[in-house]
Design a protein around this ligand. Structure first.
Ligand code: ADP
Ligand code: MG
Length: 687
């Protein structure tokens, strides 16, 4: 959870034992204040609470032993200093050894009581413990490193487990009351919902007395994360309704009828449902905030087209924001066709729009005579002014930053907003990530679509497949070859893609026109190649992954994805969505030799299913939700320890309670509400 650090919670620098050096290392972990520190929770725990008698320990296991220091030796072995400490209990003696840390000798004095935890090994036929964690037993103090359930923290350069643990112990003991003077949830509330007290929970998270208490603590902290998140988003939605007004469309139904009749096909049930939800929103005088989620090819554009039409027919303007120039052109053509019978004015604005046309368009926009503007980032420029902007549609939202989007939306009246995404995500996750948006889903593809047949091809069969593709291409079909480009190895990958391109060109496709696109080309160069491919001048397009963006070429029926094992499931599915758009059957070949079971499973899932939602769910199971966080704007992880998939039951409980509370609060101020409000004022969340 992202919080702003309020100054009153103190800098970690002033904690005992934290100098500038360690403070610097802590900052690398995102810890600036003492508040950040006490909310910096262990990565995992080790149960070092059960002591073994020395006579019971066996080689290969990890054990916690409690005994007395009997003797300490420093002996060099092949020039490396080794500290050997003999530890004995009532039943036996075991040496503990540390390599290259000669200073440890002075820590151990014979006769001291010590707890050691570590791996037991056999060395020259004798058992010993290798570099164990240790803690001297002081009867007055609770131990923290051994002899208990021990927290293991994430580290970074310049930080050590032992010292970080001590810093946390100190912070929890001396600062907790100051940082959390009182629980922001009342006792009655906590009892009702079975939640541990907050300070207790924080303490237990770091230094649990038992696994039961730790679990209860986790439940509380996770609850807080979801609950505060939900409250924040619900308030945001409420603000939208009360603080902003929007143009309410009135003239709707006759146009819907006419639009339906103009289409050459029947709309799917999902499209009809989405249309009814969207028109319901557009009639309201507060802004729509809706996400339209549908797999590639599910027909989002038609739905968008109707919203644009209605807005234009009500004499308002709309903007349709698209991530790339070529997509903008494509949408422009599609919409022009769809809206032709209705004589509404459309404009296309990108950075390559000629200056004269641009000037004319800007003037028409300002006068209100141009109804619909389709374009790229170019429409976000400051000099682009609308006279009555009522609707903003954003296609493939993840290509835009929040800030850029807000420029268009921050006007009064505020435009209705429709975001379209082709990355279907499971409902659970959607509810979290987009809790401030209403969601419409296109679950099924239009009928009559030819599903893409997908095959997993191992190396030995690849030549055969290349021949098969050559035949198809010679019959006039077109093919994509995708080479993965992974960020950290980008240069090498690009070289490999280029080499492979040359190879294919010489060998298999000698008589075929080929094109290559990759991220190092300028936008103009890329668009040029993509256009040639769409026109059919190029038969085989080799790409690094730019096609992910979504260009429509119904004549492309073949796709090869090289090194398919390097892509995630959802990504592969998105790419494959580029084919299967025409009436001819399409084939996708995954070239890959996955080494892991998980990789093989990915290949198998894709060959079996074409359902984007199912695939997203599988993806989530295989990878965990971490990778999906990027789909929300900031890219920062949203929660410290909560995970909406794993902790779904806590999530739905927190969500219900939050909804109920916000509803009740609208009627009467409660004590509950004030505590939460104060807390959020002190630690606001930014989403
Ligand atoms: P996406 O959701 O990926 O943006 P599009 O809107 O581009 O999908 O639609 C893909 C294709 O399906 C387009 O050619 C469109 O005309 C067509 N289409 C949309 N809805 C239907 C439908 N109900 N029946 C048949 N074809 C449809
Ligand atoms: Mg689309």
């Amino acid at each position: 959870m992202k919080t702003q650090t309020p100054p009153q919670t103190g800098n970690v620098r002033y904690l005992k034992g934290v100098g500038p050096k360690r403070a610097f290392a802590l900052e690398k972990l995102g810890i600036h204040s003492v508040h950040d520190l006490i909310y910096f929770f262990p990565r995992r725990y080790e149960d070092r609470s059960h002591f073994k008698s020395i006579s019971e320990v066996r080689p290969g296991e990890s054990a916690t032993v409690r005994g007395k220091v009997l003797a300490v030796k420093l002996k060099p072995v092949r020039r490396m200093p080794i500290v050997e400490v003999l530890i004995g209990d009532a039943n036996g003696i075991i040496p503990a050894v540390w390599f290259n840390q000669p200073y440890l000798r002075s820590h151990f004095t014979a006769g001291r009581d010590v707890i050691v935890f570590g791996k037991v090994d056999l060395y020259q036929g004798r058992m010993q413990m290798i570099s164990p964690e240790y803690e001297f037993v002081d009867p007055d103090e609770e131990g923290i490193h051994a002899g208990r359930i021990t927290p293991i923290y994430p580290l970074t350069e310049g930080l050590f487990q032992r010292s970080l643990r001590s810093t946390l112990k100190d912070a929890v003991e001396s600062q907790l009351e100051k940082i959390i003077p009182r629980d922001f949830l009342s006792e009655a509330f906590r009892q009702k919902h079975q939640l541990m007290e907050l300070r207790d929970a924080v303490r237990e998270m770091h230094f649990p007395v038992s696994f039961e208490r730790l679990e209860a603590a986790r439940q509380r902290i996770i609850f807080d994360e979801f609950f505060l998140f939900e409250i924040t988003l619900l308030k945001k939605v409420e603000n939208m309704k009360t603080k902003y007004c929007s143009y309410a469309l009135q003239d709707i139904h006759p146009w819907i009828e006419e639009f339906f009749q103009s289409l050459p096909f029947q709309l799917t049930a999902g499209q009809l449902q989405a249309i009814s939800e969207i028109t319901g929103d557009l009639k309201k005088s507060y802004p729509m905030n809706r996400l339209l989620m549908g797999d590639v090819g599910s027909g989002k554009t038609v739905v968008a087209a109707l919203a644009l039409l209605l807005t234009a027919k009500n004499k308002y303007q709309s903007a349709f924001l698209v991530p790339t120039e070529i997509l903008a052109e494509q949408h422009y053509q599609t919409l022009e066709k769809l809206l032709k019978p209705f004589s509404v004015s459309l404009g296309l604005l990108t950075s390559s729009t000629p200056p004269q046309r641009r000037e004319r368009m800007l003037a028409e926009l300002a006068q209100g005579t141009l109804s619909i503007l389709i374009g790229t980032h170019a429409i976000l420029r400051e000099n682009v002014r609308f006279s009555c902007l009522a609707l903003v549609i954003i296609d493939e939202q993840h290509k835009f930053g929040v800030h850029q989007r807000c420029q268009l939306l921050n006007t009064n009246p505020r435009p209705h907003q429709l975001v379209m995404t082709a990355t279907p995500i499971p409902r659970t996750l959607a509810l979290t990530l987009y809790a401030d948006l209403d969601i419409s889903v296109l679950r099924e593809l239009p009928t009559g679509r030819q599903p893409v047949k997908t095959y997993w091809i191992t190396r030995d069969k690849q030549n055969q497949i290349l021949q098969h593709i050559l035949e198809k291409v010679q019959q006039g079909e077109q093919a994509y070859f995708i080479f993965p480009l992974i960020e950290e190895t980008e240069k090498m990958d690009l070289l490999a893609a280029k080499r492979e391109f040359e190879h294919l060109k010489k060998k298999t496709f000698a008589k075929v026109s080929m094109g290559l696109v990759h991220g190092r080309l300028s936008q103009d160069e890329r668009d040029y190649v993509m256009r040639s491919f769409r026109k059919g001048d190029i038969s085989v397009l080799v790409a690094t992954s730019v096609v992910e963006v979504g260009v429509d070429n119904p004549n492309a029926t073949v796709m090869v994805i090289e090194n398919a094992e390097r892509f995630g499931l959802s990504q592969l599915h998105q790419m494959r969505g580029r084919i299967g758009r025409g009436s001819r059957p399409s084939e996708c070949f995954l070239f890959g030799e996955p080494k892991t079971e998980e990789g093989k499973r990915r290949m198998r899932i894709l060959t079996k299913s074409n359902d984007g939602f199912l695939i997203a769910e599988e993806d989530l199971k295989l990878r965990g939700p971490g990778d999906f966080w990027g789909t929300r704007q900031s890219g920062d992880p949203m929660f410290r320890i909560a995970d909406p998939i794993r902790d779904y039951s806590i999530f739905s409980k927190a969500r219900e309670i939050a909804i109920d509370l916000v509803k009740r609060h609208a009627i009467n101020q409660s004590e509950e509400w004030n505590g939460i409000k104060n807390h959020l004022e002190q630690f606001p969340l930014h989403y």
